[in-house]
Design a binder for this molecule. Structure first.
Ligand code: GLN
Length: 300
């Protein structure tokens, strides 16, 4: 699992947000403290940030480990922003490597990161797309699938989120709606998403850790919020978001609410944890992708 972080608030240097804290995202690349899956995040990194008066963020991404980039700390020292989203990556088996596969993914005003995996990638993506097209959900267009930034599960999930945003969903609804649609189509995995448009951050805790820290009172000019896979210091202001919850935050307010229950209940849990096969009566409610379609070679 990767680690990611978003910040909204008074302009701050990227260095103060991402590198300087004692357990910063930078340090989490080799020494995460709460990561549940994987030990290092050395398969690339990315930073996205917004400049005053420009709704479209800049992105700086690299394919290698963040500690191997000699230019980052210098650039981060002099780059200031009031809206930032960054990630360090531990690639899931079977996904593409390279800069294009590193978060944040972007389109127009949005930046997106995914901490987790879609079980059965890449075959599961084809099945999910087909089942979505057949059902009542918003369709996932062929154009969206063909325009994946990279052959990585996160880019597929981003394409689903992006379709919802383009159809007018709020940030929070785009994330929770995507998880519900993927799960309704039989998809399983870990879906910790992080999304911003430079004004609002939406994030899900869905299989891995998620924390936030809101500083300042009300919507005052000094208010800020940091949303991250794990705290970047040991200060007491951090709050953990419970699993299967959606967080929506601005610099002035944070709300946390439950995601919809996973369809299939216990059957879904068992499949997700890779433990016992679910009993036939339960698994019949949501056909599992493994049971009826080969997950190999559908998308290449
Ligand atoms: N599955 C995603 C990738 O391969 C995210 C990986 C992660 O969270 N470690 O990039």
């Amino acid at each position: 699992m990767c680690r990611h972080l978003a910040y909204l608030g008074p302009p701050a240097s990227l260095r103060s947000l991402l590198i300087d804290p004692p357990h910063s995202l930078y340090r989490q690349a080799w020494a995460p403290r709460l990561q549940r899956h994987g030990t290092v995040n050395a398969d690339g990194f990315g930073v996205g940030w917004y400049a005053d008066g420009d709704p479209v963020p800049a992105r700086y991404r690299r394919a290698g480990p963040v500690w191997g980039d000699p230019s980052l700390s210098d650039i981060a020292r002099v780059t200031r922003s009031g809206a930032v989203l960054a990630a360090v990556r531990s690639a899931t088996e079977g996904t593409a490597l390279g800069e294009a596969a590193a978060a944040p993914f972007g389109a127009g005003p949005w930046l997106f990161s995914h901490n987790g995996l879609l079980d059965g990638w890449p075959g599961a993506a084809a099945v999910i797309a087909e089942r979505m097209s057949a059902g009542p959900q918003p369709r996932v267009s062929a154009a969206a699938l063909l325009s994946l930034e990279a052959m990585v599960d996160s880019a597929f999930l981003w394409a689903l989120v992006r379709e919802r945003l383009r159809a007018g969903s709020t940030l929070g609804a785009a994330l929770s709606g995507t998880i519900a649609a993927v799960e309704a189509a039989g998809g399983t995995g870990r879906f910790n998403f992080l999304l911003t448009d430079g004004h609002t951050v939406a994030a899900t805790a869905c299989g891995d850790t998620l924390w936030y820290w809101r500083r300042g009172e009300g919507a005052g000019v000094n208010g800020s919020v940091t949303v991250a896979s794990e705290p970047s210091d040991d200060e007491p202001g951090w709050t953990e978001v419970p699993d299967r919850h959606l967080l929506v935050a601005t610099a002035g307010a944070v709300s946390v609410q439950p995601l919809a229950a996973r369809p299939g209940g216990a059957a879904g849990e068992a499949a997700r944890a890779g433990r016992a096969r679910a009993p036939a009566s339960d698994s019949a409610r949501v056909p599992s992708i493994e049971s009826d379609v080969s997950t190999e070679g559908i998308v290449s």
